[in-house]
Design a protein around this ligand. Structure first.
Ligand code: FCB
Length: 439
């Protein structure tokens, strides 16, 4: 067995994923800035990784030198359209330079148009709760796609509308900080689906060869007690609302919300691929007195290793389950995010290699998985959790902007260069994964 290698198909995309607000720094015209200033986050984003100041160059050098062939990033709407009636051509030019920089480095760009942050002017008009949002987003998309299309083969319209709606309207930890408002959370997702469908049309009209998809956060929900039918029922309901709702609407043109279904025929068939962000999975137990939590309690399997801040349980088989789930939508799949917060890099090597191995299993069934993007390249600003969580292959010292490579960066480089996982790399970088990969 020692010589075995798990090979991936030629042309498989290997990259890291980033998002504008988390890396650029000094984005002072969006909802997240206001949210941070109002004291709702562990700390503030500030200079972030200084990508707006130009440090994307050195970081993309790191990505390219370590064998990656793709990069997923997002453009910041509040920079490109700082006011409802103002466009900033210099901002578009900044992104054009980044895209050129990716080509010079051999990195295929995957561009996300909306990754959690909204311009302040847009939020003041009611944000995604308001039906006007669709037209406003489409104007933005037209502008961006017209300016950047020649560089972008793959567009992601929205990053994780299910997280945006859950955190912003049910948990209250993302702006606008509403809690338990299931009805508005669904309206927000519905408007994002409509905006996606309209943006899909626009992008295809402006650039017919481009592929357009949505990125979803997939979370596994398994019944906590096998003998308890209510656990299974509630786990299924959560999975339906959290995981299935949006991609199923793009497949069928029917939004199966609670309590009613809504037909959106214009959304039908509007996905060329599905981006899956997979991090972890939950056990779900039925709790009759918790209606606000959909009659349930969610928790991690007690025997699963936990990440540094307890945010993620190491559940690599959940990656395989996520991809299997994705098959029902009948489009190519891309793992658009996967990673773990780990400043000391103790769990990450094992997490990385065991998750990539599950992607390999899926690929070996000939499932149409086209790429893997690790979250993330360099430590960044993690939303309400601020700088407490360190997801980078490279560590960032915020004050000096110095980067320090973590061992996982070398492991990931070996995987990307080999286009596979070899026994030797697991033995060298993640010996605690040997038993799982080479039993
Ligand atoms: C995902 C987000 C991404 C990052 C990771 C850890 O939900 O898309 O921006 O914060 O979680």
């Amino acid at each position: 067995m020692p010589q075995a290698t798990f090979h991936f198909p030629r042309g498989f995309l290997w990259g890291t994923a980033t998002a504008a607000h988390q890396v650029e720094g000094h984005n002072t015209n969006n909802t997240w800035y206001a949210w941070e200033q109002a004291g709702h986050t562990a700390d503030t984003c500030d200079l972030a990784c200084d990508w707006w100041g130009g440090r994307w160059r050195e970081d993309l050098d790191r990505a390219a030198e370590s064998g990656q062939n793709a990069h997923r990033f997002s453009v910041e709407w509040s920079r490109i359209q700082p006011k409802i009636d103002r466009w900033d051509e210099a901002a578009l030019d900044h992104y054009r330079q980044m895209l050129q920089g990716m080509y010079e480095r051999g990195l295929t760009p995957v561009v996300t148009l909306h990754h959690f942050s909204d311009p302040l002017w847009f939020a003041e008009q009611g944000g995604w709760e308001n039906d006007k949002a669709i037209g406003q987003f489409v104007e933005f998309v037209k502008k961006v796609v017209s300016a950047l299309k020649e560089y972008v083969p793959l567009w992601c319209t929205f990053n994780e509308p299910n997280v945006y709606a859950t955190m912003g309207y049910i948990m209250g930890v993302f702006p606008p900080g509403r809690t338990g408002d299931m009805a508005t959370a669904q309206r927000v997702m519905l408007n994002m689906v409509r905006a996606h469908a309209a943006a899909y049309e626009v992008i295809h009209r402006l650039h017919p060869v481009a592929r357009v998809g949505m990125v979803l956060n997939y979370r596994g929900f398994s019944p906590a007690r096998g003998w308890m039918p209510f656990d299974a029922g509630i786990a299924r309901l959560q999975s339906r609302l959290y995981n299935d709702l949006i991609p199923a609407t793009l497949r069928d043109g029917v939004f199966r919300g609670l309590p009613r279904r809504i037909r959106i025929p214009e959304a039908r068939g509007k996905q060329d691929f599905l981006g899956i962000n997979y991090y972890t999975r939950d056990l779900v137990a039925f709790v009759p007195w918790k209606p606000a939590d959909l009659f349930s309690r969610r928790f991690y399997p007690p025997d699963a290793p936990l990440s540094e801040t307890g945010f993620i349980a190491h559940q690599p088989e959940g990656m395989f389950a996520a991809l299997k789930w994705g098959l029902q939508f009948d489009v190519p799949l891309i793992v658009t995010e996967n990673g773990v917060e780990d400043s000391q890099d103790t769990l990450r090597p094992r997490y990385l290699v065991e998750h990539v191995h599950q992607v390999w299993r899926a690929v070996n069934f000939n499932w149409p998985v086209k790429g893997y993007f690790h979250w993330t390249l360099v430590d960044n600003f993690e939303w309400e959790r601020g700088w407490q969580q360190r997801f980078g292959l490279w560590a960032l010292e915020r004050e000096t902007q110095a980067r320090r490579k973590r061992p996982s960066a070398d492991l990931y480089a070996a995987i990307c260069r080999e286009n596979g996982i070899s026994y030797a790399m697991v033995e060298r970088y993640a010996p605690d994964a040997l038993a799982a990969l080479f039993p």
